[in-house]
Design a binder for this molecule. Structure first.
Ligand code: AMP
Length: 178
């Protein structure tokens, strides 16, 4: 079974987004996968981890010491790794994952999505990179990237490296396909 790293928001408390994160946590746990996350218990990050554990799935949280208060360290995680830097957090999240799923989020989520996506495109890893976007949250971004492809800034091969899923089961299938 795989370990799937999920990137998602640490801000909003809108039910629709919390439910999506919870559905993904439940889905990953029920299909036997470990959830690797940023180790916070706020917003979508919290909903994801709590739902995964409620469904009997293991969760691994990786959080920088400096963010333990701000992001409410997920003390219920089966494994909570406290790092000294953000770079170390990202390195551990990346290394422990067999695949990546990104949900709606803010600049932290976007940064993580782009880092794993570009690294995959450049051949630095071969793990699936999936965007779970059932609400069209990322449509403006994807539309802009298509425009950039038209202007030669972005290669079609780069766009092809990102799988966009409109449902939780499809995202899990794509992220765990080897
Ligand atoms: P956000 O999408 O801004 O709500 O942030 C989601 C998660 O990304 C939070 O756990 C942030 O700590 C994390 N984050 C913020 N900045 C970065 C960064 N430069 N690299 C990696 N993760 C980050």
């Amino acid at each position: 079974m795989s370990a799937i790293c999920v990137y998602c928001a640490s801000g909003p408390v809108d039910r629709r987004f919390l439910d999506l994160a919870a559905q993904l946590g439940t889905g990953l746990a029920e299909s036997g996968h470990t959830v690797v996350s940023g180790g916070g218990n706020v917003s979508m990050m919290g909903a994801l981890a709590e739902a995964a554990r409620a469904a009997g799935g293991p969760t691994v949280g990786i959080i920088p010491r400096a963010l333990m208060e701000r992001e409410v360290a997920d003390l219920g995680a089966d494994e909570l790794v406290v790092t000294e830097t953000m770079r170390e957090r990202k390195r551990q999240m990346d290394e422990r994952a067999d695949g990546f799923i990104t949900l709606p989020g803010g600049i932290g989520t976007l940064e993580e999505l782009f880092e794993t996506w570009t690294a995959g495109y450049l051949g630095m890893h071969d793990k699936p990179v999936v965007l779970l976007d059932p609400f069209g949250f990322y449509e403006p971004l994807l539309g802009w990237l298509q425009e950039l492809r038209g202007q030669g800034f972005v290669a079609q091969r780069a766009l092809d490296r990102l799988h966009v899923a409109d449902s939780v089961p499809l995202a899990i299938e794509l992220a765990t396909a080897r």
